[in-house]
Write a protein that binds this ligand. Structure first.
Ligand code: MF3
Ligand code: CO
Ligand code: CO
Length: 329
């Protein structure tokens, strides 16, 4: 059931949702201006590039990515690197910092870890991460706009190493977190984990969308329907398309060994959005904030395992153990 603005807030405060975590006045609705973008950064020669960078063409398969023991070892490593780059970059989010500076930190970290930033020269994209602020739902390009107190920023990191792509993202508060933004960010995080928790081998992939959409609605948020997760491995964007909203006619099934991303974008406002003149940035029409989290996951014999964690189990996104601890699962 969709939470309405006059319903009691889900947090248990007893206040109306619109005066609590659903307070639209507190979230603001200012468009995010697009700043100046610097030329692409260079990558040392010893770092191996994906095919689309060297040949300009994608030679790997778009088919569902199913790993064997050998490819899984390499994918685990790519995912651990992606998790590390995301954590490190997220630590530098601060008032006055530009997303361009975050791109530089991320870029240097990929290289330090022997990885290539998958987005750099992917289909004409020229940065090493995506940074999506406030009403930007995804694919924001790092630029020279200083982050402001109360902003939220999604950082999306994809690392290519040992022939594999690992993809994850998280949304961070800038400066002092606003209660309404805490509601949005924590709900999006939990929706992502609940979607992952709903994965079962030999069952419909649609279970993921159902879990995410229902949970988001119960807290008064919409979910972007036009973007989904994707198969990932030797190919950056492969089948299946992972819906985050229930779509009639989606007959994809989940198989053990499959690897794909779960990456829902939640909305505080209306679902309409448009692409900026830069050809990438997707901004909601009503300027209301949106948030996103993303993990790369592996389908196991009884569920799913999150691959985008560091070797010592750290992640800026969250784990299924966190979900269990939240008590609401
Ligand atoms: N990492 C993004 C995803 O989650 C893709 C970014 S593609 C780019 O799929 F070209 F916009 F960088
Ligand atoms: Co991503
Ligand atoms: Co992705």
């Amino acid at each position: 059931m969709k939470l309405k603005s006059n319903d009691p807030c889900w947090c248990g405060s007893g206040a109306k949702h619109k005066r609590c975590h659903g307070d639209r006045r507190a979230v603001g609705a200012r468009p995010v201006p697009i700043g100046n973008v610097t030329p692409p950064r260079s990558v040392p020669d010893h770092i191996v590039r994906p095919d689309y960078v060297t040949t300009g063409r994608i030679s790997t398969s778009r088919k569902p990515q199913i790993q064997d023991a050998e490819s899984l070892t390499r994918l685990r490593h790519a995912c651990a690197v992606a998790a590390k780059v995301l954590i490190r970059t997220g630590e530098h989010v601060a008032v006055g910092r530009t997303t361009e500076q975050l791109d530089e930190i991320a870029h240097d970290t990929y290289i330090e870890l022997g990885a290539y930033p998958s987005t750099l020269h992917y289909r004409g994209y020229t940065k090493s991460i995506c940074t999506s602020v406030n009403g930007v739902i995804c694919h924001g390009i790092p630029d020279d706009r200083p982050l402001e107190d109360g902003d939220i920023v999604n950082i999306d990191v994809t690392a290519f190493v040992d022939g594999m792509h690992g993809d994850n993202s998280a949304t961070f508060h800038v400066g002092t977190p606003r209660p309404a933004m805490i509601g949005l960010i924590e709900t999006t995080r939990e929706a992502t984990l609940r979607g992952i928790d709903a994965i079962r081998p030999f069952e419909p992939l649609q279970n993921v969308a159902e879990a995410i959409e229902t949970f988001a609605a119960s807290r008064g948020y919409g979910v972007v329907a036009e973007y989904g997760g994707h198969g990932i491995g030797a190919t950056f964007h492969a089948d299946p398309h992972v819906n985050h909203c229930v779509v009639r006619g989606d007959d994809s099934f989940v198989l053990p060994g499959m690897t794909f991303t779960v990456e829902p974008m939640l909305l505080t406002g209306r679902p309409e959005f448009h692409q900026a003149a830069d050809g990438w940035t997707e901004h909601v029409d009503d300027n209301r904030p949106s948030a996103q989290f993303e993990h790369t996951v592996l389908v196991t014999d009884d569920g799913a395992e999150i691959l985008t964690v560091t070797d010592d189990g750290r992640t800026a996104v969250g784990t299924l153990a966190d979900l269990a601890r939240s008590g609401s699962a």
